[in-house]
Design a protein around this ligand. Structure first.
Ligand SMILES: Nc1ncnc2c1ncn2[C@@H]1O[C@H](COP(=O)(O)OP(=O)(O)OP(=O)(O)O)[C@@H](O)[C@H]1O
Ligand SMILES: [Mg+2]
Length: 283
C-alpha cells in the first residue's frame, strides 16, 4: 500500500490498473510490501532520520525505481529491504513474510566496481555464491554461472580476473552473479552511476533486454530522472532528507528512444519540480 502517495500524473495509474497490466504481462502478485517504514541511524548521541513513513508495493515483474535527491534515504531503504538495517517502525515483507535479515531471495548490485573478489576468476565469482547459498555442486554451479555470463555477453571472459575488465564489464559480472542466484527481487543501488555516459546508456539497454529475457523483479535506486524513466515501469519519488513519499507514477511507456520526445521531457521536468520545488502541485 501507499500511505500518502499524492498521486499521480495524467498518464499514470496504480499497479492494479488493467492497461498497465496489459503492457506488462509479467506483472502479477505482490512480492514486496514496504509499509510506513521509518529508518534511522544512531551515531553516539545523534539520531539521523533517513526515511519517514515510506510505503510502496512491488509486484512480480516490476522494474520499480526509488528516485530522489542525494541523502533522501534511497540506499538506506534498499539496505532495509536487503535485511541489513531494521526499520525503527513500520514493516517490510516479502511474499507475506516479514524481512528479518539478509537472504538469497534479495541480492544487491552496488555502484562500486570492487564488489567482485579480485582473487577469483569471473566464473568463480559467479559460481561461488551458488555453491555456498544454493548448495549446488561445482559442476552445477559452473553450468549455471556460465549460462548467466552468456546472458550478459561475458561467456568468453569466464577465466579472466576482475582487474582485467572494464567498469562496465565488472558491472555485468555483478549482474550475472546476482541473477544466477535467481532472487525474488534484484536490488540495484545506482549500478551504472560510476560509468561514462555512453556505457551507462548501453547498460540500461542491456538491463531492459535481460529483464525481457530472464523475467526478474527489480528494485532500482537512482537519482537520475532520465534513468528512472528509462529503466522503471513504476517510480516512487522521494522528497529530500528525510525521505518521504512525494508521488508514485507509471513510466512503462518510456524507453531510450523516448528521451528526445516532448512527452518524455515534460514528464522529466514535472518530476524535477516535484523533487525540488516544494510549492509544486502534485495534482
Ligand atoms: N552509516 C550512516 N551513519 C549515519 N548516517 C547515515 C549513514 N548512512 C547514511 N546516513 C544518513 O542517512 C541519510 C540517507 O542516506 P542514504 O545514503 O540512504 O541517501 P541516498 O538517498 O542513498 O543518497 P545518495 O543519492 O547520495 O546515494 C543521509 O542523511 C545520510 O547522511
Ligand atoms: Mg545512495
Amino acid at each position: 500500500m501507499v500511505a500518502n502517495p499524492k498521486i499521480l500524473f495524467p498518464a499514470a495509474a496504480g499497479p492494479a490498473d488493467s492497461a498497465a497490466r496489459a503492457a506488462h504481462p509479467h506483472t502479477s502478485e505482490k512480492l514486496l510490501e514496504v509499509d510506513r517504514v521509518n529508518l534511522e541511524y544512531r551515531t553516539g548521541e545523534r539520531i539521523v532520520r533517513a526515511t519517514h513513513q515510506v510505503s510502496f508495493d512491488v509486484y512480480g515483474g516490476d522494474r520499480f525505481v526509488l528516485l530522489g535527491p542525494s541523502g533522501c534515504g534511497k540506499s538506506t531503504l534498499l539496505k532495509a529491504v536487503g535485511g541489513f538495517i531494521e526499520p525503527t517502525s513500520g514493516s517490510i515483507s516479502l511474499d507475506g513474510q516479514t524481512v528479518r535479515g539478509p537472504g538469497p531471495d534479495r541480492i544487491v548490485v552496488f555502484q562500486e566496481f570492487d564488489q567482485l573478489p579480485p582473487w577469483k576468476t569471473v566464473l568463480q565469482n559467479v559460481a561461488f555464491p551458488l555453491r555456498v547459498a544454493k548448495k549446488l555442486s561445482r559442476a552445477e554451479a559452473n553450468e549455471r554461472a556460465l549460462h548467466y555470463l552468456d546472458k550478459v555477453g561475458l561467456g568468453a571472459f569466464a577465466k579472466a580476473y576482475p582487474h582485467t575488465l572494464s567498469g562496465g564489464m565488472k558491472q555485468r559480472v555483478a549482474i550475472a552473479r546476482a541473477l544466477a542466484m535467481q532472487p525474488r527481487v534484484l536490488l540495484m543501488d545506482e549500478p551504472f552511476a560510476a560509468l561514462d555516459a555512453l556505457t551507462r546508456r548501453k547498460m540500461q539497454e542491456e538491463l531492459l533486454r535481460l529483464w525481457e529475457e530472464v523475467n526478474f523483479t527489480l528494485l532500482f535506486v537512482t537519482h537520475s530522472i532520465e534513468e528512472a524513466l528509462i529503466v522503471g515501469n513504476r517510480i516512487l519519488l522521494l522528497s529530500p532528507h528525510p525521505g518521504r513519499v512525494r508521488a508514485e507514477l507509471n513510466s512503462h511507456q518510456y524507453t531510450q528512444d523516448s528521451t528526445g520526445q516532448s512527452d518524455f521531457q515534460r514528464t522529466a521536468e514535472r518530476i524535477h519540480h516535484l523533487l525540488f520545488d516544494e510549492t509544486e502541485s502534485v495534482q
